[in-house]
Design a protein. Structure first.
Length: 147
């Protein structure tokens, strides 16, 4: 039977001391994560953000361009694709760009839906102000947004 303990994983993979610290500091099972949640460790968003930022700093210091290149040389195409996809997704999110592809059919559906939506807004006596990224709906002409 395979041993999937943190120590066994570290030993099998031949991780460096920095990698060992990162791997062994992470909860690896649902039971461990649930235990930490019950203890209240992760209920504070600021504490969780601080912990993640600290781990990212360790990874950033460890993963120099040379080490990244060496790891990519050993990785298969699937792993490289996943790595690149995650990076692109995060980059788009940071830049406020869409992270999902909307198909031509979905665009058509939205184009068909918008006139009906605007007609219903007007029928209810509301006003809508639309931009590329936002829609504001106000009651009557007073300009106060409504939900």
């Amino acid at each position: 039977m395979n041993d999937f303990s943190k120590q066994a994983v570290v030993a099998r993979r031949g991780l460096t001391p920095v990698e060992d610290v990162v791997v062994t500091s992470l909860p690896t099972t649902v039971r461990e994560v649930n235990h930490e949640i019950k203890r209240g460790k992760h209920l504070n968003t600021d504490l969780l953000a601080e912990r993640l930022e600290s781990r990212l700093d360790v990874i950033h210091e460890y993963l120099t361009p040379e080490r990244l290149s060496a790891k990519l040389d050993r990785a298969n195409l699937s792993h490289i694709g996943i790595y690149e996809g995650i990076l692109l997704d995060k980059l788009f999110a940071l830049r406020g760009q869409p992270t999902q592809i909307v198909s031509v059919q979905e665009h058509r559906k939205m184009d068909e839906l918008m006139p009906a939506l605007l007609a219903e807004i007007q029928r209810r006596g509301l006003q809508a102000r639309l931009t590329e990224r936002t829609a504001e709906i106000a009651v009557g002409g007073n300009g106060s947004p409504s939900s």
